[in-house]
Design a protein around this ligand. Sequence first.
Ligand code: NAP
Length: 470
Amino acid sequence: MKILIGGNWIAKSDTIPVINPFDGQLIDTVPAGTSQDISAAIAAAVEGYEINRNLPVHQRISILKKACQIMETRFDELAKTIATEGSKTIKEARKEVDRAINTMTISAEEARRICGETLPFDSAEGSENRVGYYYRFPIGVIAAITPFNDPLNLVAHKLGPAIAGGNSVVLKPATVTPLSALKLAEILLDAGLPGKILSVVTGHGNQIGDALVSDERVRMVSFTGGVETGQEIMKKVGLKKVGMELGSNSPVIVMDDCDLYNAVESCVSGAFWAVGQNCIGVQRIYIQEAVYEQFRDQFVERTKKYKTGFQLDEDTDMGPMITEKEAIRVIEWVNEAVEKGASLLTGGTRKGTLVQPTVFEKMPSSAKLDCQEVFGPVVNLYPVKTLDEAIAKSNAVNYGLHGAIFTRDLNQAFHAIKNLDVGSVIVNDSTDYRVDLMPFGGVKRSGLGREGIKFALQEMTEPKVVCFNL
Ligand code: NAP
């Protein structure tokens, strides 16, 4: 495919192959964008901002709704693109397309709800004759940078609200999974989006990222990805707004009064969805002692039934990791844990990019798998005596995106809700639960700000005060 700069599709001689991580087969190529391409895209976006901020809201709504209709007609193609350029199975990919359509639909709906309010100026002495209000205006050119693991819906989470709010966007998708993003851009143009409002520049983040995030014409950097990249970007952005959606190693607490079958099913799915390459994937499970062995045995039995393989086979439960390098890293972390005394219950092997779903117990706190984000199909089980012990261990990391608790006891649930240091607490489901309208984001190294359309719109617009002196 080509890159999109200000409404023009541009081919380049220097290209990057896009390959299927399962078998290394070439799917397509994309241009290796340069800093000059980024600069041209930003110049177009400066004009695009003027266009979009002046578009009546009903026109923005029509464009977004039309894009949803086109996404429906291209549903199978989009699902297949996700499942061949990335790790997801076709079943997982279909769910992502459904969610991306939902994200764009909510963006269309929220566009009409970008409201301000009147202000009680006369509550301040000396302001008796003042009346006024504030409304929200778009922030300007937004640089959007996205990761590989949800190549369509995480792009929709940036483009939908940015367009709804009257901004323009320069998007840099992940180099390994750029096709879904380019197709969404194609759909938006076909839906009538004026060309200069959206540019998509493919290319290596460590080569073109600086040009994008440090440019003063960009007013906001909306980033989703790893914490190290997020920290690098923070050093470069200068004085502009920033949204950071970063990683985690999510904890789940299983109390002895819960529906154990539900807990096992939900946690297995939450640990191995998208090969564990999921920012809210289950990595640490704290299980009350009375049900520990029962939970562990059922969990391992259920995990052993997982079928890994080709993403497009309907009966594949788990596809390949995104690259062999990542698969090798995960196995290195597994080996380190074993050397440090962790007990491997199942998995721990790989063939190419296929890593078997892996379950550990007795994970020492010095192992990377205990405290860092594995972003792979590995989960640790820990017995705990009390809820407070589980909460303390859940919080003893430098991340805090989602936390979960399984219990039938409302008091225990509320105790966890109050004390888990995370952006969301999920009760009686695993951490891998999200709908696209909820405020989504974390604390500590999990990020800054919130996505979820209504909340992204708050980040992507600013209040402007209007005051009349009568
Ligand atoms: P990543 O390596 O941080 O890359 C994310 C994006 O940043 C890619 O487009 C990448 O481009 C780009 N990038 C790399 N270096 C850059 C630089 N110096 N300046 C500007 N951009 C740069 O992350 P990933 O491996 O794709 O994704 C996995 C991470 O994302 C995990 O930590 C996961 O938890 C996190 N994540 C968070 C959320 C959330 O909503 N909180 C959702 C999904 C994923 P290249 O591809 O060219 O390197």
